[in-house]
Design a binder for this molecule. Sequence first.
Ligand code: F6R
Length: 298
Amino acid sequence: MESTARVKLYVAISFLYNAEDWFRFATVNESEANMEIIIKPDYPAVCDEAAGMILKAWKKKPNLVLGLATGKTPLGLYEKLIALHRSGQMDFSEVVTFSLDEYYGLDESHPQSFAAYMDHHLYKHINIRPENVHRLHGRPQDIEEHCRAYERKIRSVGGIDIQVLGIGKNGHIGFNEPGSSLTSRTRLKALTRETVEANASLFTDEEEIPRFSLTMGIGTILESKMILLLASGEDKADIVARAVEGPLTAFVPASILQLHPQAKFILDEEAAARLTLKDYYRWAFENKGRLSASKEKG
Ligand code: F6R
């Protein structure tokens, strides 16, 4: 199917499912309604940019609701958030978080669980309240009800203000692997053979190697008010170019972010290397800086 026809079909279907959210999208201030590509010289600068945006949002809303990813990419961002907390610039006592995903079958105490990752790399270093930390559990009694309850919880706090994402080399966001429905909600998902094989070395017992995950759906992610997708390194350059400049397709789940009015791809030079319009993105971002500086001057 032509990509434009695909977009129209997606918009029509998701409108039927979720009219209220699309109404919110449609009413976002026109001047803000753009996916944005931000290119930074290196990985620390990517993390600085993302941390700066989170800090700015928190200053306006101390009970900020964050959706948080695991993996290699956000590690530097979490270090920056911890540093902001330690230097007294950011207080997490009212901040609320939601995990993006979790391996199915692992207890929270398992060292490879995403729960353990978040505790180790962020939560134990900041003053977040345990009751404000929401996670997908690896061994829920009733999977479907657990996923539905997670969605209800997100809605009950007014939705996710900022969702942090990485991107898989195949274009996945969360564990929404290629072919995932673009309107999907939080659910159980089979991991790809590559993901299972890549994880194998982390587990001593073969039986423990996760073959499924629980993940926010693409539809769930799209309802976040702002999305920060971070990518670093040359091994992400191809998929970043396909997600940002390629056709919108379920075969590259991250390409759906082209439709989100507040999606920001924050990239280092290596991850941005294959973008055809990278000079334009740089130019547009610099000029945006000039515009806000002149607005501030009055
Ligand atoms: C992690 C997640 C994944 C990762 C992606 C990139 O919670 O959902 O989508 O963001 O696989 O992983 P890294 O950052 O390790 O390259």
